[in-house]
Write a protein that binds this ligand. Structure first.
Ligand code: SER
Length: 317
C-alpha cells in the first residue's frame, strides 16, 4: 500500500464522494479520511472507510483532525460553487477563501501536501474564449471565480514563500452519475441525463447554443490523482493548470442523448446562470498540463454519453 495519510474535505460532494472511494482503492481504506459538512454521506461512501463531519472554517477542529489522524495530504474539495455563490457571496468567500487559508496555515507548520481545485470560473468576459491559454487574463465576475483566483494566488504564494506543496487544476464542468452536483452553472449538463433517463421533459437553464468546457468524472479523478503523483520539482505551474476534456453546446448534448432516448424532450429557458456561462471560455488550451505532467483525457462527448446512459439507466431502474 502507501505511506500517505489522506484527508478529503467536501467528501460528500459531487467530486469528493467519488474521489474518496478511488483514493481508498489506491492507498488503502483506512488511510483516507472523508470529511463532510452538511450533506449526508451516501451508503457507499460511509461503508468504504472512516467518515467524520467538520467545517473547513473551523481551524482549531481542522488542526485537531489533521493531528489525530496523522494526515500528510489533503484533497480540499469543500467549496461553494458559482450559482450558490451568487445567491450568498459572503458564505462563498468565507468557505472558499477562509477554509483554504486555514489549511494553508496548517500546511505551513506541519508540511502537509494540498490539492486545491480551481475552476474555469477564474476566467472572465475579457479572457480569450477559444483555446483559452494557461497564462491569461483573469477577470471573473462571480464571487466563486474571485475566490478561485484568490485560491490559485494564495496557494502559489505558499509554494514560493514557504515551500509548501500545493497543487491544483482548473476543473471544467464535471459530469458524473454517482452524486449530483450542487449549485454550479454547469449542472444542466448532468441534470439533462437524469430527466432523459426518467422519461421526463427537461427545461434547461442556459441557451441551446451555450458551449462550455466539460469533463467526465473518470478523467476528473485521473487528472487530480495524476497531478498529485507528478514530480513536484518538474512543475513550472502548481495551483492553476488548465485541463481540457471536451466542449459542446447544450443542444449537442441533447442530440447525443436522444440517440439513446429518441423521445427525450428539452426546452431552453435561460435564467441568471446564462450570464455566468457567457463569461466563461468555450474551449481550453491545456498544453502546459500535457507537457509538465503528461495530462491526456480519455473521454469525448460520444464516449461520455454512452457511459452515462448505461450507468444512469441501471441506477434509476
Ligand atoms: N462547475 C462549476 C460551476 O459551475 C465550475 O467550476 O460552478
Amino acid at each position: 500500500m502507501s505511506d500517505y495519510r489522506i484527508l478529503v474535505t467536501g467528501a460528500t460532494g459531487q467530486i469528493g464522494s467519488e474521489l474518496t472511494v478511488t483514493l481508498r482503492e489506491k492507498y488503502g481504506k483506512d488511510n483516507v479520511i472523508a470529511m463532510g459538512h452538511r450533506r449526508k454521506p451516501s451508503k457507499t461512501l460511509e461503508e468504504s472507510g472512516p467518515y467524520i463531519t467538520g467545517d473547513v472554517r473551523d481551524r482549531e477542529n481542522l488542526e485537531k483532525i489533521i493531528r489525530e489522524y496523522d494526515i500528510d495530504t489533503v484533497y480540499h474539495m469543500a467549496a461553494i460553487l458559482s450559482a450558490t455563490g451568487e445567491n450568498n457571496p459572503q458564505l462563498c468567500w468565507d468557505v472558499n477563501v477562509n477554509g483554504l487559508y486555514n489549511l494553508l496555515e496548517i500546511a505551513r507548520e506541519k508540511r502537509i501536501r494540498i490539492f486545491c481545485p480551481s475552476s474555469i470560473a477564474v476566467f472572465g468576459p475579457s479572457t480569450p474564449k477559444e483555446n483559452t491559454p494557461q497564462d491569461t487574463i483573469l477577470t471573473p465576475t462571480t464571487m466563486y471565480g474571485i475566490t478561485k483566483v484568490v485560491g490559485e494566488l494564495l496557494g502559489e504564494y505558499y509554494v514560493q514563500k514557504y515551500g509548501v506543496d500545493v497543487r491544483g487544476v482548473r476543473y471544467p464542468g464535471i459530469i458524473s452519475s454517482e452524486t449530483p452536483p450542487g449549485g454550479g452553472t454547469t449542472d444542466y449538463a448532468v441534470e439533462m441525463f437524469y430527466y432523459a433517463v426518467k422519461g421526463e421533459k427537461y427545461t434547461c437553464f442556459v441557451r441551446e447554443d451555450t458551449v462550455l468546457p466539460m469533463m467526465y468524472m473518470p478523467d476528473c479523478l485521473k487528472a487530480t490523482i495524476q497531478l498529485m503523483e507528478a514530480d513536484f520539482s518538474r512543475l513550472k505551474h502548481h495551483t492553476n493548470f488548465n485541463v481540457s476534456g471536451m466542449s459542446f453546446s447544450a443542444k449537442e448534448l441533447e442530440e447525443e442523448i436522444r440517440k439513446y432516448r429518441p423521445d427525450f424532450e428539452c426546452e431552453y429557458k435561460p435564467d441568471f446562470r446564462q450570464k455566468i456561462a457567457e463569461t466563461w471560455p468555450r474551449t481550453i488550451d491545456d498544453s502546459c498540463a500535457r507537457q509538465e505532467w503528461g495530462w491526456k483525457p480519455d473521454y469525448d462527448l460520444e464516449k461520455m454519453v454512452e457511459d452515462m446512459m448505461k450507468r444512469l439507466s441501471k441506477k434509476l431502474r
